[in-house]
Ligand binder design. Structure first.
Ligand SMILES: *Cc1c(COP(=O)(O)O)cnc(C)c1O
Length: 393
């Protein structure tokens, strides 16, 4: 048998289970109206919650960043790739979320995936440490926990009593409670104040992945920490910069000594080329917009779209996951059915991604609608009407 046969068998198995994924080719900037494989579609598919990915000021800043710093960083941060643009961005981010931490410092990363690996492998390096991981956590947190030497315990979704019992029974040298703030495939928000109280009671770190909260939650867009007005030296905060901030990358904010240890020991931080400085330069403009009046009015528009969708959608068979955020999941059930509905939406010129296992649990294949401040009320009404229709046919 040829080597390639085993590979092709795996691909056939995926196909038989309706689990094959395909990449669609977009040749327009990230906006609600896209050219997708050569066809115009109205998309509810991106994580560009504030519509900054194609914002003229951010795009201009990226161009200016390229003029100032060139195309690439040339090396990792600890060799010669750490530019003034990275340093300024880190200082700005530390100031932006620092009121919620103690002696805050921020560290920038190429991606949120890598930031999560760095947090968990640095704080969970000791084999006698324990990671308490929420069951619906993002894949990057699951992979970070696997890569860490610490033992991993998974607690059921939002189950404070179960987590409390696990923490009380633990005599680990270091304890890390790890959770998404806004769950990426469900849209609900973790009970962070209660989780923090448990962490403080049991001497545990609270690692918060705010990929879908940073820029969107809180009066000034400072994310889940501002939304709940949390303040604690136990918090290790991760925000991504490719979603609401519209560019790419991520950052970790925590006590300066935690950050210093990540610089010294965090392999996903150390052994990779620094992101192009122009991205950091563009992100300064994103943060200005997020923290200013324009950010506030974009968040207010997004909230009004979320309320309108909630009011207009009227489903009998499909299950909506209760959510007050821009992520609105509609659980359909089987992989075949969700693909069929996805194709039906496509027929109406709409694009909503069909999410299947292993991204979500078996039997809970779903449509994941994401709303953005770049959408209009008419566009949201159109989506709700088509979904209501499709459910009845
Ligand atoms: C998108 C996402 C990440 C990864 O961030 P990237 O910058 O895209 O690598 C991490 N956690 C959650 C919850 C996410 O949704």
């Amino acid at each position: 048998m040829k080597l390639i046969d085993a590979i092709e068998r795996q691909l056939r198995q995926l196909d038989e289970q309706s689990l094959t994924r395909e990449r669609r080719v977009i040749d327009t900037p990230c906006k609600p109206r896209l050219m997708v494989n050569g066809r115009a579609l109205l998309a509810f598919a991106s994580n560009d919650y504030l519509g900054l990915a194609a914002h003229p000021r951010v795009v201009d800043a990226l161009r200016e960043g390229a003029d100032l710093y060139g195309a690439g960083s040339g090396a990792s941060h600890l060799i010669s790739g750490h530019s003034l643009a990275h340093q300024r961005l880190e200082d700005r981010l530390a100031e932006f979320v620092g009121a919620h931490l103690e002696s805050a410092r921020a560290l920038s990363f190429c991606t949120g995936y890598m930031a999560n690996l760095a947090i968990l492998t640095t704080l969970g390096a000791d084999g006698d440490a324990q990671i308490f991981s929420e069951s619906l956590n993002h894949a990057s947190l699951i992979d970070g926990a696997r890569l860490a030497r610490a033992a991993v315990k998974v607690y059921p979704h939002a189950d404070l009593a179960a987590l409390g019992a696990l923490l009380a029974a633990s005599n680990a040298t270091a304890k890390l409670v790890v959770t998404d703030s806004v769950f990426s495939m469900d849209g609900d928000i973790a009970p962070l104040p209660e989780l923090l109280a448990l962490c403080e009671e049991h001497g545990a770190w609270l690692v918060i992945d705010d990929a879908h909260g940073f820029g969107v939650l809180g009066a000034h867009g400072r994310g889940a920490l501002e939304h709940f007005n949390l303040r604690s030296p136990n918090i290790v905060y991760m925000g991504t910069l490719g979603k609401a901030a519209g560019v790419g990358g991520a950052f970790v904010a925590a006590h300066a000594s935690v950050i210093e240890l990540m610089i010294q020991r965090g392999r996903p931080y150390i052994y990779t080329t620094a992101a192009p400085p122009a991205l950091a330069h563009a992100l300064m403009t994103s943060i200005d917009i997020i923290g200013g009046d324009e950010g506030a009015s974009r968040r207010a528009h997004l909230q009004s779209l979320i309320a309108a969708f909630d009011e207009q959608i009227d489903l009998k068979r499909w299950q909506r996951v209760p959510s007050a955020t821009a992520i609105q999941a509609i659980v359909i059930g089987t992989n075949e059915e969700v693909l069929r509905i996805g194709a039906g939406l496509h027929g109406h010129g709409l694009w909503v991604p069909a999410i299947r296992p292993p991204t979500v649990p078996e039997g809970t294949a779903r449509l994941r609608v994401t709303l953005s401040a770049a959408h209009t009320h008419d566009e949201v009404a159109q989506l709700a009407a088509v979904l209501n229709d499709l459910e009845r046919t």
